[in-house]
Design a protein around this ligand. Sequence first.
Ligand code: NAP
Length: 252
Amino acid sequence: MKPVPLTLITGASRGIGAATARLLAARGHDLALNYARDAGSAQALEAELRAAHPGQRFLALQADVADEAQVLAMFTRIDAELGRLNGLVNNAGIVVPAQRLAQMDMARWQRLFAVNVFGTLLCSREAARRMSTRQGGAGGAIVNLSSRAAKLGSPGIYADYAASKGAVDSLTVSLGRELIGEGIRVNGVRPGIIETEIHADSGTMDLLPAATAGIPIQRLGRAEEVAEAIAWLLSDAASYTVATTLDVAGGR
Ligand code: NAP
């Protein structure tokens, strides 16, 4: 009998991560719901999903994905309280205030790459150790959240964020090809501009109406539309899709 899917979503307390949690829960997944700071929202989501899907298991887990000790502790709790993981969504990510290169400093770059790139590496490594058929696991699937900025760049706004997502795209190719021989499919999703609170963090909220004019579909995306792509890539319906990244960007 096929095991119940057990998936870790990093950064599940809001935005694309929370939308993905609601969709995967509706499709029968047990879920580990990671968050960094907002315990209230993560616990409210856990309670909402438990009420909506009795019999499935949901666990909110605090961990900064950029901190190796916290990531290891999170995976240990998943092992003990939920069981063997077979899905991972590397969704946790940050943006930084819009700046030109001359204004940027090292601390900003270190934090950005620590969360967006090292966080993806750390969680992928821990998930692969549990999923790998070479290490006694039953296989699984990983989806990495990139950004259209990886391809388009983000001149004058956050060139460094775009570069961090370029690194994520590169990891999707390398890890996808490395891990497929161990029963793990790795793919990515490259969202365009999606209506979430992330834009408040970069101070770019007021740029969104003008940006919409440059999107062929003529509107911003919704978190639920990105969640659909993530859910498909995680599912067996995507069984021949390996080491690739899907644009979900309204034609941009
Ligand atoms: P969001 O609304 O800002 O949500 C980010 C989530 O990540 C929150 O749950 C946050 O948790 C969590 N998080 C942040 N830093 C973390 C850390 N160090 N460790 C663990 N969790 C952390 O973002 P979003 O718009 O949904 O974006 C999700 C992903 O899609 C990101 O990787 C982003 O780069 C990518 N993306 C978004 C867009 C867009 O337009 N929205 C476009 C392209 C790509 P707390 O609040 O608890 O800290």
